[in-house]
Design a protein. Structure first.
Length: 382
């Protein structure tokens, strides 16, 4: 397959010539958004207790995930690419659209989780602190006091007040094998249909068993959500050593890492997914929050980072151990390498056909995974 060191225009042309999609397989219905809710997809609301939705919001080179339930909302990260103002507007426009459709929620976001204070995960936080725009009940951080996004994260934590902020530390997980939860981490009560939300990882402190990371990626909060037979795992920017430590920590209860939907670590970077973690999860669907590789955003772009990386995509595409569901075939650009700080050589990409159920905001725009309590899944893209 031909390798590319393309201009943005050439990459855009490459992606535009994607072949017509085959029909999805393995029981996954995939549709492209043409209306607010296409026929056959559930309309979420207070009486729809059988379904939830995970919205991976397109915020450029960053991460923002909204979990929607019959009785409330959970937002994991608020980041975005450059310029931050543009992608923050994308985030708030998306949130406003969901809340306009859900007047029963009274513009309330029940829980905001920051996996770690890097700007591509926290840039939109000040917009949530805009008085009167949203009602926030709880905020969870990993207790780090420094990072490229700590200033914006602190704007929100100061706004909600310390009484509503839970700060994680590895010691809070205790010695158990089922993670950590409390009424702030899991605040939703949906008349017997509530999700189970718990944290499996997250700390500002170093310990003997804690993999060090100069920039804090390995201190990312890891969130597990169970909704009946459907499950989700969000790992922030946890890197290889952090993922292996996570697996060791739950060696006595490996089922807690078994998840249907995997939000791919570190935006689909080479060091953001390990074969061991994929094997532990046995995922059905993978979703990647990363920028459009054909869009040369200034200073901070998927184009420069080489995201999503072909090594991560290859692991998730493994026939025996990778993502088990399929999507309509799409030709995408995957990174071979990113651009080094010196700027040379440039990032390198190749064209690849993806038919496993791997979705990326840079390829697909906003991605919504609908999950039913019985384990059924449907996916809607832009």
């Amino acid at each position: 397959m031909k390798n590319w060191t393309p201009t943005a225009a050439l990459l855009a042309a490459l992606i535009a010539v994607a072949p017509a999609g085959a029909q999805p397989q393995a029981g996954l219905e995939v549709a492209q958004r043409s209306t607010l809710t296409p026929p056959g997809f559930p309309e979420l609301g207070p009486r729809q207790r059988d379904w939830m939705a995970a919205h991976l919001i397109n915020v450029g080179q960053g991460a923002a995930t909204l979990l929607e339930f019959s009785c409330g909302l959970v937002l994991i990260d608020t980041g975005g690419g450059a310029p931050p103002r543009l992608w923050t507007r994308q985030l708030t426009n998306y949130l406003d659209g969901v809340l306009a459709r859900r007047p029963d929620l009274n513009r309330t976001i029940d829980l905001v989780v920051f996996t770690h204070p890097h700007t591509d995960h926290t840039a939109g936080a000040p917009a949530l602190a805009n008085a009167g725009r949203y009602r926030l009940r709880h905020v969870v951080t990993n207790a780090q006091r420094a990072g490229s996004g700590i200033r914006t994260q602190n704007q929100l934590t100061a706004f909600v007040g310390e009484a509503n902020v839970t700060r994680m530390d590895i010691s809070k997980l205790g010695s158990g094998n089922d993670g950590f939860t409390n009424s702030a981490i899991d605040p939703l009560r949906c008349n017997g249909e509530a999700p189970d939300i718990r944290l499996l990882w997250g700390s500002a402190a170093d310990a003997a068993t804690w993999p060090s990371s100069a920039d804090g990626n390995n201190k990312s909060v890891v969130v597990r959500v169970d909704f009946g037979e459907s499950s989700f795992l969000v790992i922030g920017d946890l890197e290889e050593s952090g993922q292996r430590a996570l697996i060791r920590r739950y060696a006595a209860n490996p089922a807690i890492l078994d998840a249907d939907v995997y939000q791919v670590g570190h935006h689909g970077s080479r060091n953001g997914t390990t074969p061991e973690l994929v094997a532990a999860m046995t995922p059905e669907i993978a979703i990647i929050g990363s920028g459009n590789p054909s869009d040369e955003e200034p200073n901070f772009a998927a184009f420069g980072f080489g995201h999503p990386n072909r090594q991560a995509v290859a692991m998730l595409s493994e026939p025996e151990s990778g993502v088990s569901m399929r999507r309509p075939t799409r030709r995408v650009a995957v990174g071979i390498r990113g651009r080094p700080p010196s700027g040379s050589p440039p990032a390198e990409y190749e064209a690849q056909d993806v038919d496993r159920a791997i979705f990326a905001t840079g390829w697909d725009g906003n991605v919504i995974v609908y999950a039913r309590r019985n384990g059924e899944k449907r996916v809607l893209t832009d």
